[in-house]
Design a protein around this ligand. Structure first.
Ligand code: SAM
Length: 287
């Protein structure tokens, strides 16, 4: 089996040629060709014989082979119809893999988790199509799919944004959203030469372990996220100026100033200085 693994450039080229496969840029197709990186992903995701794993975008099945060897069961969701016969070929030796030809953004992941894992927390592993990284991750968190952890290859800058705290240039709405739901851990930085074709950007593997309990309590979650988005929409503005007149929130400058004062923050503070806890506090005062 080891010799048949796809995780090297020769084997990948062989499959591409055999099926006369044309890479589709619009689907973010950059296939992994580095066994080392794959080992790291599997180890970080902590995939074991009890686990059901959802793989998003299996491509030609390179990572799927690794997952199938470690997990109890794998469901691999691939949008590109041209890849389905290839996957049926490269995964023919595994009886614990289901290939689903669908758009992950349209799939009922709750129903899948229920069917395959009786609603117990699943693991999600993917070398993500970068053009839909945020909707995929936020969709997993917000839809309430039972998830234990999400281990994904993303664009390096996005991995940075997910894990930084206040006061840095990468800190923003994505950092706060991710950290509200999960604990991020940077697994590895991955250079373009680990993929075929090579992406133009650097990549990184990040693991998001879902919090068992939310790190902050907030009265109106939805309002807090609107507040967060509004605060970073106008990054350079102070909160009192940026939030004032924001149609989505309906709060006045005076209300913002009063709330900040209650929190012991200067009236001139910018959103990039506030922790998640402070956003939750501010949200409770304004909502
Ligand atoms: N897992 C493979 C690997 O590591 O070699 C391929 C990863 S490639 C970066 C991303 C994969 O996601 C491609 O196979 C692409 O066709 C698929 N994809 C893109 N958009 C998708 C969507 N909306 N739903 C499901 N799969 C998608």
């Amino acid at each position: 089996m080891m010799n048949d693994k796809l995780s090297n450039p020769q084997k990948t080229i062989e499959i591409i040629k055999k099926y006369d496969f044309a890479f589709q840029k619009k689907y973010g197709q950059n296939f992994l060709i580095d066994a080392h990186v794959l080992d790291k992903i599997i180890a970080a995701a902590d995939v074991g014989p009890e686990d059901f794993v959802l793989e998003i975008g299996p491509g030609i099945g390179t990572m799927t082979q690794y997952l199938a060897e470690h997990a109890r069961e794998v469901a691999a969701v691939e949008i590109d119809t041209h890849l389905i016969p290839i996957l049926e070929d490269t995964l023919q030796d595994y009886d614990n893999v289901t290939i689903i030809n669908e758009d992950i953004l349209k799939l009922d992941m709750n129903a899948l988790a229920q069917e395959k894992n009786q609603g117990r927390p699943i693991k999600v592993v993917a070398n993500l199509p970068y053009y839909i990284t945020t909707p995929i991750i936020m969709g997993l968190f917000e839809s309430g799919v039972p998830v234990e952890n999400i281990t994904v290859m993303v664009q390096k800058e996005v991995a940075d944004r997910m894990q930084v705290g206040p006061g840095t240039k990468d800190y923003g709405a994505l950092s706060l959203a991710v950290q509200y739901y999960a604990e991020p851990y940077l697994v590895a930085n991955v250079p373009p030469n680990c993929f075929m074709p090579r992406p133009k950007v650097g990549s990184a593997v990040i693991r998001l372990t879902r919090h068992k309990e939310k790190p902050v309590q907030v009265k109106d979650e939805n309002f807090m996220f609107r507040l967060i988005r509004a605060s970073f929409n106008q990054r350079r503005k102070t909160l009192q100026n940026g939030l004032n007149n924001c149609a989505e929130l309906a709060v006045t400058k005076a209300q913002v100033v009063e709330a900040l004062e209650k929190m012991g923050l200067p009236a001139t503070v910018r959103g990039e200085k506030l922790t998640l806890e402070q956003f939750a506090q501010l949200s409770d005062l304004l909502s």
